[in-house]
Design a protein around this ligand. Structure first.
Ligand code: HEM
Length: 570
């Protein structure tokens, strides 16, 4: 006898998703992945219709029963029935102690291409800091509690990157940003020393300042004509220049944002940007990527990126081989090319060209949009908080007196740094970290999870939680204190984790902070940024928090404007 969903008991594990697909939203999704092995028949709301689906020995039969007047199913996440599945699936024997979020259609209708972290926050307010969410083919335990985040992030061996590795492998390959186990350990250990202090201080002068000054030239023209500029796309371009030049070669005149190399990478990255989120419903269905046009486009773009990076690796190999001997750090940073690539080749480590390519790509992708988004939201917040902006300008005048910043100046720009810290609290990039339990575990608070459980650590929830932060929604750079050390996961006990924490913490955190501080020091000494009026700045997500339609600003030259306020802050 076929059972209907509402009365059946569903097993938690998913069927292999390979044969069973249902056409939905113009593309195909794996019906079977939504159900357990004991499932036989259910009614689903899909594509604006109520559909009866029957599964038996590898076959799926579906027929439309009625139009779906309630409108559920216009999103691939049909929350009402997914919540039901989880409730029935976990059933009476659920002793995990984890409440199930009551996901409603209106919470998630814009989920695809929208801002997932916003409904995650709403559900935290309703269900508490740790809850279970049905999302597409999987269920996630969503974490907004610093103690639980600390447990998961610190116990790396027991939690892998899971889904995030699966959906971004097409781009990162075996790069260390998504690699696991021994490969990750070896490659991270090999790359980490390339970001040493001397390298960073060289980059401030040779790359960060130069790229920012190039943006100053562009904005000067806009300031003269009064044209509004989209600062989000300008920052995206700036940070790609910076990371491309720093990783591959900082010969500024030969490798610039308008050079074919950077241009190719930029175009290709744009194409691939949304593929990871697109991929979530197709989880483990590689064949769909070969037939869906948008996925085909992304696959082509990855080929361009790979070819471009392979050419750069091979050119640099020739240079290093011609040099013969291994260079010491001091010698190497004084050379005309102290790039990460050159460091890695000069260290003469046994590594394949493809592995090197994937590791460099890991850094390029992880270090580009994240830093661009921090710049975007910091400038946005400063334009909305004139008192903080005046303090920043006063500090810049006091410390730099109109000159460009050097490495040693950065630690004196305390208030600017706190504004950036606070911007990363309010707008963390990425807003959600994904992990998968390798074994059963009990989380702090007594929540039980099984092996294979997917987990979303919502950094956004932790950073916005009124249980964690006072006046959580306000922009208060002073909250971190001027003289205390830079806030991080250790000194805030995982309340502040914009760079994650534990063994897989961001490898480029210092690089990124330096880059953002230096870029803003150059730009804010020169210009005042004003939001174009009547602009709605909405949020959406790719890997980071983006604006929905750009951040349009007018820029005014500050050259002759005196700065009044004192730079002191408590
Ligand atoms: C403000 C800018 C940045 C932010 C907010 C940021 C944030 C993060 C976060 C949260 C993670 C951990 C992801 C996870 O646990 O799943 C991460 C990892 C990583 N980041 Fe960053 N990042 C930034 C800039 C950079 C830069 C400039 C680089 C390269 C120079 C970089 C390279 C990486 C790499 C390679 C990883 C993976 C590390 C591993 O798995 O071992 N990031 N980043």
């Amino acid at each position: 006898m076929a059972k209907v969903l509402q009365s059946s008991s569903l097993a938690a594990s998913a069927l292999p998703s390979s044969q069973l697909v249902h056409r939905f939203k113009h593309e195909q999704v794996p019906v079977s992945a939504f159900f357990g092995n004991s499932y036989q028949k259910a009614q689903l709301r899909m594509d604006g219709k109520v559909v009866s689906v029957e599964v038996g020995s590898g076959m799926v039969k579906s027929e439309v029963v009625a139009p779906d007047k309630a409108g559920a199913g216009r999103s691939w996440v049909s929350p009402d029935w997914l919540t039901s599945i989880i409730k029935f699936g976990k059933g009476r024997d659920d002793d995990s102690g984890i409440p199930i979020a009551d996901a409603k259609l209106e919470d998630v209708k814009d989920l695809l291409g929208g801002a997932l972290f916003l409904p995650l926050y709403k559900w935290m307010q309703e269900s508490g800091p740790v809850y279970r969410l049905a999302a597409g083919p999987r269920n996630f335990v969503v974490v907004g509690d610093p103690a639980v985040a600390k447990h998961v992030l610190r116990n790396y061996g027991r939690y892998s990157k899971g889904l995030v590795s699966e959906v971004s492998e097409f781009l990162f390959g075996s790069g260390f940003a998504i690699a696991e186990g021994q490969l990750w350990t070896v490659r991270r250990r090999a790359v980490l020393p390339s970001l040493h202090k001397q390298y960073l201080s060289t980059m401030v002068d040779q790359v960060f300042c130069k790229c920012s000054e190039r943006l100053v030239e562009k904005l000067t023209i806009a300031s003269k004509t009064g044209t509004a500029v989209n600062m989000e796309s300008n920052f995206s371009q700036l940070t790609l220049d910076v990371i491309g030049l720093s990783i591959f070669n900082y010969d500024f005149d030969s490798l610039t944002s308008d050079s074919p190399v950077i241009e190719a990478i930029y175009t290709a990255l744009k194409e691939t940007e949304s593929r990871s989120t697109d991929m979530l419903p197709y989880w483990k269905m590689d064949f769909l990527c070969k037939i869906v046009p948008r996925q085909q486009k992304a696959a082509k773009a990855v080929k361009i990126i790979h070819k471009t990076v392979e050419d750069l690796v091979s050119k640099c190999k020739d240079i290093v081989e011609a040099e013969g001997e291994c260079l010491k750090v001091e010698e190497y940073v004084n050379q005309s090319d102290p790039s990460v690539l050159r460091f890695l080749l000069a260290s003469r480590e046994e590594v394949s060209s493809n592995q090197l390519r994937d590791d460099l790509l890991s850094m390029l992708v992880a270090g580009h949009e994240t830093t661009g988004s921090v710049l975007t939201w910091t400038v946005y917040l400063l334009s909305k908080n004139p008192t903080a902006l005046v303090k920043v300008q006063a500090e810049l005048t006091e410390v730099l007196r109109g000159r460009k910043p050097k490495y040693a100046d950065v630690k004196e720009l305390k208030y600017l740094t706190r504004c950036i810290n606070e911007s990363m609290r309010l707008y963390p990039h990425p807003p959600v970290l994904i992990r998968r339990a390798q074994e059963a575990d009990v989380l702090p608070g007594g929540y039980k999870i099984g092996a294979g459980q997917d987990i979303m650590i919502s950094v956004y929830n932790i950073h916005h939680s009124p249980m964690v932060w006072e006046r959580a929604e306000e922009f208060l750079p002073e909250r971190f204190g001027a003289e205390s050390t830079m806030p991080n996961e250790s000194n805030t006990d995982f309340k502040y984790i914009p760079f994650s924490g534990g063994p897989r913490k961001c490898i480029g955190d210092q690089f990124a902070m330096l880059e953002v501080i230096v870029s803003l020091a150059v730009l804010l000494q020169k210009f005042e940024f004003q939001l174009v009026p009547n602009q709605k700045i909405g949020m959406t997500t790719g890997a980071t928090i983006h604006t929905t339609t750009g951040l349009y600003m007018t820029v005014k030259d500050l050259q002759h404007k005196p700065v009044m306020a004192s730079a002191q802050f408590q």
